[in-house]
Design a protein around this ligand. Structure first.
Ligand code: TMP
Ligand code: ZN
Length: 421
């Protein structure tokens, strides 16, 4: 891994650098990607608060023992989630559809009337809202403003972070859960042991833990480096997850790939039963092995791949700006901020970024300080080029913006490779 740049550590109080693996506690950890120092991706800011912005190292490591790919620089939750959290899952229509069908899967495969479903990191109720009419549902959400949005939809939601203690209190009050879900949050947890122990407390004997996270195989094969950010501590494949749950007397019994967030993995976990696992587990492990995800060598070219994307984007966009073209960005997802900061873009490169989330509009993107504006602006202004930061919704957005494209606007797609459409 000789090509990786040296790390420049800031002496900041709000983070720790771990030296053991989050799953197996081993120390055989090798850095496989360095993206530099970045502010937390959800800390949209304003002119008044620019001076408070802090940056933290963003580096990815591979564990030679259990093969978990992970960050070791852990920024405190207070720093990551301070103030009003701006991410509302339901701001993205395709995601709402996805969770509707996910809820249908759970209802069909796992649930009977009166069962309790708990969602850890339930956001604005995006999953539970589809189950609340038929089952008992309970969300847990640390961001107060997001939890409030869920309650307004009729989804009972507790404030706070999930812990063993909280699980025990929930069992006392509500009884055991048939399903515990944790979507796009299980990869965001530093103390996995606490969560798995809590889930075990909460689940009934025949209960199922189900979790979706961004999938390492898609990240590597499609060079989705921008999905690396401080909140996102683990980049899962099946094998390390098996290792984790085994330590707690549990087993991954079914897995599936899901076409959301640029490629995700859904895992189903139960108390170790001795019953046969679904074939899907063996099939996906074999695919991961074949793809080299269990070897350090597989990751040796990743830094270079990522730098190629960065260099292409920078030269393309700065070239257009020299020609006097208007270049903007579309969607201000968390991952967009990793991309903007890694490329070093500023408002001189990208005039503004449009986003549908009311809480982001009027603010500046963290680090790159590009103004976030309502998509309404595109009704009266036609940029020459639009960098699609929400590239995971590529088809949906290209279709939705047909009229804008017919006026001459072209989209720059950054991932999996730079392309203009
Ligand atoms: P996500 O990939 O984490 O769901 O974030 C997508 C972001 O992009 C979110 O801030 C909402 C925004 N967005 C738009 O502005 N327009 C769109 O059409 C879609 C689908 C998303
Ligand atoms: Zn490990």
């Amino acid at each position: 891994m000789g090509a990786l740049p040296a790390i420049r550590y800031n002496h900041l109080m709000n983070y720790v650098h771990k030296d053991t693996c989050r799953i197996c506690k081993g120390r055989d950890l090798t850095r496989i990607l360095s993206l530099g120092n970045h502010p937390p991706v959800d800390n949209f800011t304003d002119v008044e608060h620019l001076k408070n912005e802090k940056r933290y190292p963003l580096n990815v490591y591979f564990c030679g023992t259990c093969n978990l790919v992970q960050l070791l620089d852990v920024v405190s939750e207070e720093e990551l989630f301070h103030g009003e959290y701006a991410y509302f899952s339901s701001a993205s229509k395709p995601l709402v559809e996805h969770f509707r069908s996910y809820a249908d899967d759970l209802a069909r495969e796992q649930l009977k009337d009166d069962d309790l479903v708990v969602d850890i990191g339930s956001n604005d109720g995006i999953l539970l809202q589809h189950l609340a009419h038929r089952y008992r549902v309970l969300g847990i959400e640390p961001s107060a403003n997001v939890a409030e949005a869920a309650r307004k939809k009729g989804v009972e939601t507790l404030d706070g972070f999930f812990t063993v203690d909280m699980a025990k209190k929930m069992v006392e009050k509500y009884g055991k859960a048939k399903v515990v879900a944790a979507n796009n949050v299980f990869a965001h947890i530093d103390d996995l042991d606490e969560i798995v122990q809590g889930v075990k407390e909460l689940l009934s004997e025949d209960g199922v833990f189900v979790s979706e996270s961004h999938y390492l195989l898609d990240l590597i094969e499609r060079r989705e480096f921008d999905t690396v950010y401080h909140e996102h501590l683990c980049y899962y494949s099946v094998k390390p997850l098996q290792h984790l749950f085994k330590r707690f007397g549990m087993e991954v019994f079914d897995v599936g790939r899901v076409d959301v967030h640029g490629g995700s993995i859904r895992v189903y976990v139960r108390l170790a039963s001795g019953k046969p696992l679904k074939n899907s587990v063996r099939v996906l492990c074999a695919l991961e092995e074949k793809a080299g995800l269990y070897t350090l060598e597989r990751f040796s070219g990743f830094q270079k791949d990522v730098e190629v994307i960065r260099d292409k984007l920078v030269s393309l966009i700065r070239g257009f700006r020299k020609e006097g073209k208007i270049v903007t960005a579309y969607g201000a997802p968390a991952k967009g901020n990793t991309l903007l900061n890694f490329c070093g873009f500023t408002p001189d490169d990208l005039k503004y970024v449009t986003d549908t989330t009311p809480h982001k509009i009027g603010l500046l993107t963290p680090g790159s300080h590009i103004p976030v504006v309502s998509p309404d602006i595109l009704k009266s202004e036609t940029p020459d080029y639009i960098l699609l930061l929400a590239w995971n919704y590529r088809n949906f957005i290209l279709e939705k913006e047909k009229e804008l494209r017919s006026r001459g606007a072209k989209f720059i797609i950054p991932i999996p490779e730079v392309e203009i459409v």
